[in-house]
Design a protein around this ligand. Structure first.
Ligand SMILES: Cc1cc2nc3c(=O)[nH]c(=O)nc-3n(C[C@H](O)[C@H](O)[C@H](O)COP(=O)(O)OP(=O)(O)OC[C@H]3O[C@@H](n4cnc5c(N)ncnc54)[C@H](O)[C@@H]3O)c2cc1C
Length: 384
């Protein structure tokens, strides 16, 4: 056995932390560099489907004990009238959990802290990268330099690592997401507290579901807009929110007014078809392929990436790192691109108006449970 590979990871988000755990699992030594001083929880929810959960289970993490809630079905409702259009049962073999981001983040961070193969550096902003032939290195904002056999950019949609690998730039999708969580007690009685509900309206949609073991409720509203800014934590203006949802079902409007902690996020995408690797450097998660969240698969894809890159590096040595990274891209790119395109397409269907909207609703009503198996090609994937 040679020396274990040393891996530098830029970014300690869901993708970076999952990659650190998966790489440690296959015997690598990992250093993660996260620019934030501390991991402040972002109060929002996430849907995690069976494909992503299979990776977390392989690295020893089960979300069911971490306040995750199993979702039996998704209700599709009309955002204007509140009427149920369709109820789509979650396929039996493909459980989906809803979980709060802080719960997922805490689970990942605990596992990282307990793992002696992983060094986690916070307040560590990476400002420069060098992808050499036999070694790769990074420089932090304080001038510290670190070297490793492999460098992974898991630094999100606004990645700085990406410019050393390809020329893709964030592309604004023309939509913004409004996100908030509220105590379950504030949810109006006419809104289901136990399922995922997808509310569809002209040019907008809203997803609501319980999180934190059923003590809190998550709402994400997507509207068309030309506002663009970088980052998660832009505080949203309540008047603007009220205007965007002014012709909506009144219990939904009451729900939206029940908290003042709305944040808004400009939805940007990254072209997933360009190269994700260069020599000893690779991208994963949003840095490689940020997608619109309409299939709820962005975090799931970054978790899958983490498993696959670790599997390829497990059998690599220092000399064969570039080939292992190329094999990671080969295995992942077609699947991720298909999920990326499906997410984009889904956004168009959700926001239809006029006769097209009526036709869509009729199809959804008629198809009912048939729809539940439509995306099995996404959920059937398993970590092997
Ligand atoms: C409204 C909305 C709803 C969503 N819902 C879902 C869902 O239900 N299910 C799902 O699977 N996905 C969902 N997603 C997508 C998911 O949130 C992202 O795909 C996922 O968080 C990407 O993780 P990441 O680790 O790749 O990037 P990020 O989470 O962006 O993490 C990147 C990290 O890198 C750090 N960083 C950046 N630059 C540097 C630097 N120079 N040096 C050091 N550190 C750096 C950042 O501080 C950050 O911590 C949703 C997204 C949105 C916007």
């Amino acid at each position: 056995m040679g020396q274990p590979l040393s891996v530098l990871i830029v970014g300690g988000g869901i993708g970076g932390l999952s990659a650190a755990l998966a790489l440690s699992h296959v015997g690598c030594r990992v250093s993660v560099f996260e620019r934030a001083e501390d991991f402040r929880p972002i109060g929002a929810g996430l849907q995690l489907s069976a494909n992503a959960l299979s990776v977390l289970e392989k690295i020893g993490l089960t979300m069911r004990g971490q306040n995750g809630i199993d979702i039996a079905s998704t209700d599709v409702c009309d955002g204007h009238s509140g009427k149920l259009i369709s109820r789509i049962a979650t396929p039996k073999d493909n459980k989906t959990l809803v979980i709060s981001r802080p719960d997922l983040q805490t689970t990942l961070l605990r596992a990282v802290a307990a793992d002696e193969n992983i060094e986690l550096n916070t307040g560590a902003e990476v400002v420069d990268i060098l992808g050499g032939k036999s070694v790769t290195s990074l420089t932090l904002a304080d001038g510290t330099m670190r070297t490793g056999d492999v460098l992974i950019g898991a630094d999100g949609v606004w990645s700085q690592t990406r410019r050393f690998i390809n020329s893709a730039r964030p592309d604004y999708s023309g939509r913004i997401a409004w996100r908030a969580t509220m105590p379950l007690s504030q949810v109006p009685a006419d809104i289901s507290r136990h399922t995922v509900t997808l509310w569809l309206a002209k040019g907008a949609h809203l997803v609501t579901y319980p999180i934190a073991n059923g003590t809190a409720f998550n709402a994400v509203g997507i509207v068309q807009d030309d506002w663009q800014a970088e980052g998660w934590a832009q505080t949203g203006d309540m008047t603007e929110l009220a205007l965007a949802f002014s012709d909506w079902y009144s219990p939904v409007q009451r729900l939206l007014q029940s908290t003042h902690t709305w944040q808004k996020w400009a939805l940007c995408t990254i072209d997933p078809t360009v190269s994700w690797t260069k020599g000893r450097m690779a991208l994963l998660g949003d840095a490689a392929h940020a997608m619109v969240p309409f299939m709820a698969q962005g975090a799931g894809m970054s978790i899958e990436d983490a498993w696959v890159i670790a599997r390829h590096l497990a059998t690599a040595n220092r000399d064969t790192v570039p080939q292992a990274l190329a094999a990671y891209q080969d295995e992942r790119q077609d699947r991720v691109t298909k999920v990326w395109e499906t997410s984009m397409q889904q956004g168009k269907i959700y926001h239809l108006s006029g006769p097209m909207r009526l036709s869509r609703n009729l199809v959804m009503q008629a198809a009912g449970n048939l729809m539940k198996n439509r995306y099995n090609w996404i959920y059937d994937w398993r970590a092997v």
